[in-house]
Design a protein around this ligand. Structure first.
Ligand code: LMR
Length: 320
């Protein structure tokens, strides 16, 4: 069987972490692309030299030429600028939209059959932009966010309950912004609904609400701590799990920014929903029953994404 090819667009902290994870897991050969000369080449060389120590077999190359991503099976996009403390993800719209134009065209011209996972912010709008500029089908372009946001929710719950994260199944829907919707009714501790488990453990409802709020602001908390940059380990790990689901035709049900048409009352919007990922890309969006409160929270979140998308479309016109 031919070795798979993973193209990573952007060789910053997330790009480097992605390359390291993909190499350790021997997911295929890795091409690290960046416009900054020397950076992807230097990181590729450094990472290659981990191979003999860690015992992985992966060819890792760095490049400034989009031609080198030709034939990639998976493309993970982290190119663009991260926010700084005090900024919202939406503040990155104008600058990162221009970057997505170049990246989308690079994908269109070199690997139009790839499965494309976007990490760049503001996420939901940038997934839309990548799809527009690459011309790929909707099922082959997806945003990483729900996996990350759900992992944050799970982490905070595990800490609160003093249980293993392996037993927490947490679930976050909606846009990747502060209006995202951690869904308590589908969050369980080894099958026990979180609200029931909280009662068993004597954890108050208001404490769970604080955890929901911390989850919503989880990206900003890390931006504030780092001072100059945003999270990279968990975003990279999330995207790798999505790439593995695609390459291995795993049919995993992962919350991610997929194209939703005719479900959740939406008519063609990229937003975080449970999605089956397999060899067909995003194969199916799963529509789950929500309480009235969850529905109205989701509406607030999807309205925020729609509003940002309108701004994005206006800027897109000016790029033509
Ligand atoms: C995150 O959630 O960590 C990323 O979206 C980065 C950010 O700006 O918060």
């Amino acid at each position: 069987m031919a070795r798979k090819k993973i193209a990573l667009i952007g060789s910053g902290m997330i790009g480097g972490t992605l390359a390291h994870l993909a190499a350790k897991k021997e997911m295929g050969d890795i091409v690290l692309f960046d416009i900054a000369e020397g950076m992807p080449q230097g990181k590729a060389l450094d990472l290659s030299q981990c191979g003999p120590i860690e015992g992985f077999d992966a060819k890792i190359t760095g490049t400034n030429d989009y031609a080198d991503i030709a034939g990639a099976d998976v493309v993970i996009v982290t190119a663009g600028v991260p926010r700084k403390p005090g900024m919202s993800r939406d503040d990155l719209l104008g600058i990162n939209l221009k970057v997505m134009k170049a990246v989308g065209e690079g994908i269109k011209n070199n690997c139009p059959d790839a499965f494309v996972i976007c990490i760049t912010n503001p996420l939901d709008a940038m997934v839309w932009a990548l799809r527009e500029f690459s011309g790929l089908p909707h099922n082959k372009v997806v945003g990483m966010a729900g996996v990350l946001d759900s992992a944050r929710f799970a982490t905070f719950l595990a800490w609160e309950f003093g249980c293993s994260v392996k037993d927490v199944n947490a679930f976050v829907l909606g846009g990747h912004g502060d209006t995202m919707v951690p869904v308590k009714s589908y969050t369980t501790i080894n099958g026990i609904p979180v609200d029931d488990y909280a009662k068993i453990k004597g954890v108050s409802e208001s404490r769970i609400d604080e955890i929901v709020d911390r989850t919503r602001k989880g990206g900003g908390e890390i931006v504030g701590l780092l001072g100059n940059g945003s999270a990279y380990y968990a975003p990279a790990t999330s995207a790798i799990s999505m790439a593995e689901a695609y390459l291995g035709d795993q049919k995993r049900i992962l919350p991610c920014a997929s194209y939703v048409e005719g479900k959740y009352g939406l008519d063609g919007l990229y937003v975080g929903v449970p999605t089956v990922i397999g060899a067909g890309g995003t194969e199916e969006v799963i529509e789950i029953e929500l309480s009235d409160e969850e529905k109205s929270n989701l509406k607030v979140s999807t309205d925020a994404v729609e509003e940002l998308l309108e701004a994005c479309k206006g800027l897109d016109e000016s790029l033509k």
